[in-house]
Design a protein around this ligand. Structure first.
Ligand code: UDX
Length: 444
């Protein structure tokens, strides 16, 4: 099939590349000329495991092309994916201006190149957006077309895998013609028998928000259980194993930590809350989820204050991990941003390392915070001579360090672990003071 993808952010690029890999001809469009040039030269502009390999293959086989002109992608394509940014607007509602501006252009192009096409909303958009896009295009043209909602469920760091082997594909359309085309396009990805679920546009749009809000709630619930564990002297690891074996609850996404971050959960929880509000419904549980997550992100700072009796000024602290989760350079809404900001304000000096996210972290942080930070090239240099170590992200390389080295090279072997990486007995044997999330503190 011939496919157009408008917007080559993380969703658009993964979508375009994976469709090209399954034998389609794909033209991706972006307004950023430099980025388009880089991609034309075979460069992948984002860090996403496995993407380079699939991208190189698609380019080599001449099935993946890049342009700055929507028209070029539009002419030939049967299906056009809109993968445009929908940033949070002034009032918490997603800003649709990018999507609607492109819809406007599509209307003109339909007049220039008449013929049936399917326009697909792939970005996460508020309920009712398919209708809005349809309306915008229909203002310009009489040509037959359909607008379909097809939310992505891609985890950063596992996006290629999630795209290639989706647990489900959700397609929101009431048009049989569009549903057939979308089914043909996605069939190669669900050979293992996973479903393509066809539903109406609004339910599909809401499905995306419901999935992310449910997952954010699940994590937040576990974070609150962890906070209770700390109070009553229980261990959240045991509680997690105890409840996760109930298949109604499930084992995944039950890991307590320093809160969820990233580009999706915070934005989507806020957006569905806002949509409900607009329709006169108060989504109370999500109020709490947002509030709890905010305080969870800096819970480690509260633990440090307690440990040092409020006296953190002049301390030097090491930081392992800056990205909001492993295998990505994304630091959007990462707990590290909030933790470092608060520590800098309290006069703490920091030495930080992350395998991928140092540059993105620097771009997102204030000069005030950065003036208290030094960045190093490897995990081990962080801990030399520091008064404590904070673990913000569970990168694999932090999971199995030489436990004896902490006591050898740190001023004091104190670890505040926001991701529960170490076994409590191992920490005790290594002589560490070890404070984690929802588990008894060691050597305190
Ligand atoms: C998420 C959804 O999983 C994906 O389906 C959606 O389309 C986009 O948003 P992503 O933001 O890449 O993907 O991250 P994900 O792996 O889901 O993790 C989200 C956050 O939850 C991270 O901050 C992570 O650290 C946190 N998390 C996850 C926990 O704190 N505990 C867990 O048990 C799982």
């Amino acid at each position: 099939m011939k496919i157009g993808v408008i917007g080559t952010g993380y969703v658009g690029l993964v979508t375009g590349t994976c469709f090209a890999d399954s034998g389609n001809d794909v033209i991706c469009v972006d307004i950023d000329e430099k980025k388009v040039q880089r991609m034309q030269n075979g460069e992948v502009p984002i860090y996403e495991p496995g993407l380079n390999r699939v991208f190189d293959r698609a380019i080599r086989e001449k099935r993946l092309h890049f342009t700055t002109r929507i028209e070029e992608a539009f002419k030939e394509s049967e299906i056009i994916f809109l993968c445009l940014p929908t940033p949070p607007g002034a009032n918490g509602q997603a800003d649709l201006s990018f999507v609607l501006d492109v819809a406007n252009d599509l209307g003109d192009l339909f007049n220039k190149y008449p013929g049936y096409k399917v326009i697909v909303n792939k970005s996460t958009v508020p309920v009712g957006t398919a209708d809005k896009v349809k309306e915008k295009i229909a203002q310009k043209t009489d040509t037959e077309f359909d607008v379909v909602s097809n939310p992505e469920f891609l985890r950063e760091g596992a996006a290629v895998e999630d795209f290639m082997k989706p647990e489900r594909v959700v397609v929101g359309t009431t048009s049989e013609k569009a549903a057939d085309l979308m089914t043909t396009l996605y069939e190669p990805f669900v050979r293992s028998g996973n479903p393509i679920i066809i539903m109406d546009e609004r339910s599909s749009e809401l499905t995306k928000y419901a999935a992310n809000a449910m997952l954010a709630t699940k994590i937040t619930f576990m974070n609150e259980i962890a906070n209770v564990c700390e109070k009553v002297g229980a261990n959240v690891d045991n509680v997690r194993r105890g409840i996760g074996t109930d298949t109604r609850i499930g084992k995944r996404f039950l890991f307590a930590g320093i809160g969820y971050g990233g580009s999706c959960f915070p934005k989507d929880v806020q957006a569905i809350h806002h949509t409900a509000d607009e329709y006169g419904y108060e989504f109370k549980i999500l109020d709490s989820v947002m509030k709890v997550n905010e305080s969870q992100k800096v819970s480690i700072v509260d633990k440090m204050k307690l440990y040092y009796n409020g006296n953190l000024e002049g301390k030097t602290v090491g930081i392992w991990g800056l990205s909001f989760k492993p295998e990505t350079d994304d630091i959007r809404e990462a707990p590290s941003l909030y933790i470092t900001e608060q520590l800098a304000k309290m006069g703490v000096s920091m030495k930080a390392y992350d395998p991928e996210a140092i540059e993105t972290f620097k771009e997102a942080s204030s000069d005030e915070t950065l003036s208290k930070m030094q960045f190093v090239e490897d995990r081990d240099s962080v801990i030399d001579g520091v008064d404590a170590l904070i673990i913000c992200t569970e990168w694999n390389e932090f999971r199995r360090p030489d436990m004896d080295r902490f006591a050898e090279v740190m001023n004091e072997p104190v670890i505040f672990d926001g991701r529960n990486l170490y076994d409590l007995d191992r920490a005790r044997d290594a002589g560490l003071t070890y404070i984690s999330v929802g588990r008894p503190s060691v050597n305190i």
